[in-house]
Design a protein around this ligand. Structure first.
Ligand code: ATP
Ligand code: MG
Length: 589
């Protein structure tokens, strides 16, 4: 440690929101260079390379071959797939000296497809899976939590190429199995959930979500085994119900009802229902948004949903991608006088209406459902407005929040919500990219067919933070042995030259036996060394101190805090057994 390029910090970094970020910076593993951009220092880089090694090993075992494509890419292929536009502000764009547009790769479907197109032309060449471990660039709107969400980060991305659907399914399953092995080896707690394919297009897609309270994703699980990212939960459209007996719609004065609660209270007071009290879920709330397409065109959209539910921003974003939504501003209302703020009702909405504003409703707003909603006049609401009789939406949009206890869409019981962070994503892309880029091969009958692709990502740098997040405690980092920068941390605690010599000797012997050792040979107080050993987080800490005079050293388990005194005569054998078997207690008996 007298030579190691590291400084531990006593203070938390000002921008640290989550424990992994705090400890990785305080322990001198990473250092911020710019927002969302980090330098890896020696200890951090060792962990990163160990995670990479695990990922590489499992990818090779499943039959994928490693390549390394450029991160600096030309515009044209991304133009062919429309992602130059669709990626929007997330893409880092630049120009070369000739004025050609370039980009820093956010993900590499295009370039992989083109490379295979370049070299392969027959079904006999397939199946093929290629992977790379590479730096990716995304100008994230909200880089956060250190390396958990960076603007530059390391990803393992792989791509499979198959002649048909069943081939793709096999490649997908093989990746899925490899991911299970990778995340198990990393010791991460995760859930495999159904996912949205987003800007990627394609069909089947699953995410590996690390279970983490301060993760950015929300997912649901049901007792019957349904698991999905909330973005991907699809509420089945309501079955039509009869409305012959429904009373005619009638508009009423509803003064001083600025909120749904006040409206419901007034309705119960002045217009009580015979069967049961009015509830928030009986109101139809119309949320107005301004949508911006990737090419910059803007249009209003109104979403109708039961008044007891909010629009979930992430579900909305996932549904609209690559377009984006913003709340309707005062200027927007001024430009659309047909929309009476606070009293917007279906009568003013829809492509057939006077406003021509697109009107999409929640799947619960089915034919025959009856609503209390805006009457398009200040201070008035309309009662008993029946969907399919009094208004016809332009279509459905499934973006209402999912709540704890909601029924699972597949009927497998109530949904339970939890938070997670995306560790990996596997998806069946299908032919979208191959079609756009003309990736075809000859099939068995000599006919040209479009190749079907899969795309698969692991957040390698994110995984470092995810493990840190899962394992750290109030004292610092606490690495699992397989990815710890060093397996053993020897602390020479005390002044005498015997202590220093023995510590060096033990380090040398362990090193000789193939054990990675960090030796704290600094001339600082034992207290500082102990604190640092806890912050740095090697799995086993060996204290060579006063006990040495009596032929004893102390072995500490960083995770459990358990301390064992062992005789110097047994030290090497004890430590090697501990490292190889994970359990020294048995050996001591
Ligand atoms: P997210 O939903 O977290 O933004 P994504 O769906 O955009 O991720 P993919 O394109 O599926 O991510 O990328 C594959 C993997 O790369 C993700 O599963 C995640 O582990 C990792 N990853 C994505 N974005 C980042 C980032 N900004 N910083 C670090 N890792 C990231
Ligand atoms: Mg993803």
């Amino acid at each position: 440690m007298t030579e190691l390029f590291v400084r531990t910090l006593r203070e938390d970094p000002a921008d640290a929101e989550v424990p992994s970020h705090r400890w990785l910076v305080r322990a001198g593993y990473v250092r911020r260079a710019a927002p969302g951009i980090y330098s890896w220092l020696p200890l951090g880089y060792r962990v990163l390379r160990k995670v990479e090694a695990i990922v590489r090993e499992e990818m090779e075992l499943m039959g994928a071959q490693e390549v390394h494509l450029p991160a600096l890419l030309p515009r044209e292929p991304y133009e062919a797939t429309n992602r130059w536009t669709e990626y929007g502000p997330n893409l880092f764009r630049l120009k070369d000296r000739r004025g050609n547009d370039m980009l820093l790769g956010p993900t590499h479907e295009e370039i992989f497809a083109l490379m295979v197109k370049d070299l392969y032309n027959s079904y006999k060449d397939l199946p093929l899976s290629l992977f790379q471990i590479q730096t990716k660039y995304r100008d994230e709107a909200r880089p956060r939590a250190g390396i958990l969400r960076g603007r530059e980060f390391v990803m393992k991305d792989s791509y499979s190429f198959d002649i048909d659907e069943s081939g793709l399914q096999k490649s997908y399953d093989a990746h899925r199995d490899a991911y299970i092995k990778i995340f198990n080896r990393l010791g991460l707690q995760y859930e495999i959930v159904a996912a949205m394919s987003g800007a990627m297009g394609g069909s089947a897609s699953e995410e590996f979500l690390g279970i983490a309270e301060n993760g950015e994703d929300t997912f649901v699980r049901s007792p019957g085994g349904y698991a999905a990212n909330v973005e991907a939960v699809r509420i089945p459209p309501a079955e039509p119900i009869p409305y012959d007996d429904a009373p005619a719609a009638h508009a009423e004065d509803t003064p001083d009802t600025p909120t749904i609660d006040t409206l419901v209270a007034l309705a119960n007071d002045r217009f009580p229902r015979a069967d049961r009290p009015w509830q928030a879920g009986d109101t139809l709330k119309n949320v107005v948004l301004m949508i911006t397409e990737p090419d910059g065109t803007r249009r209003p959209l109104v979403i109708g949903l039961p008044g007891d539910r909010e629009v979930d921003a992430k579900r909305l974003e996932a549904q609209l991608e690559p377009a984006t939504a913003e709340p309707f501003g005062a200027d927007d209302f001024a430009a659309h006088p047909g929309l009476v703020k606070g009293y917007i009702g279906p009568a003013a909405l829809g492509k057939e209406s006077a406003t021509k504003i697109e009107y999409l409703v929640d799947p619960r707003v089915g034919t025959g459902t009856r609503w209390l909603t805006g009457a398009d006049e200040p201070g008035r609401h309309v009662f008993d407005l029946v969907c399919g009789r009094d208004f016809t939406p332009d279509g459905l949009i499934d973006v209402a929040e999912i709540r704890e206890g909601d029924p699972s869409p597949d009927g497998s019981g109530p949904l339970h919500l939890a938070r997670g962070m995306e560790l990996g994503h596997i998806f069946q892309l299908g032919k979208k990219y191959a079609e756009a880029l003309g990736l075809q091969v000859l099939d068995q009958n000599g006919k040209l067919v479009t190749v079907t692709m899969g795309s698969y990502g692991v957040g390698v740098s994110r995984a470092v933070a995810a493990v840190a997040e899962d394992t750290c405690d109030e004292k610092g980092l606490c690495w699992p042995p397989e990815i710890a920068p060093y397996r053993v941390h020897i602390v020479a605690a005390g002044k005498g030259s015997e202590i220093a010599e023995y510590a060096h000797e033990l380090a040398f012997r362990l090193d000789e036996a193939g054990v990675e050792v960090l030796l704290d040979d600094r001339s600082v107080s034992p207290g500082v060394k102990f604190a640092d050993s806890e912050i740095l987080g090697m799995p086993t800490i060996v204290v060579v101190g006063r006990g040495l005079a009596d032929g004893m050293i102390e072995v500490r388990d960083r995770r459990s805090g358990e301390r064992t005194d062992i005789a110097t005569a047994d030290a090497l054998g004890h430590l090697l057994a501990l490292i190889r078997n994970g359990n020294a207690a048995e050996l001591l008996v």
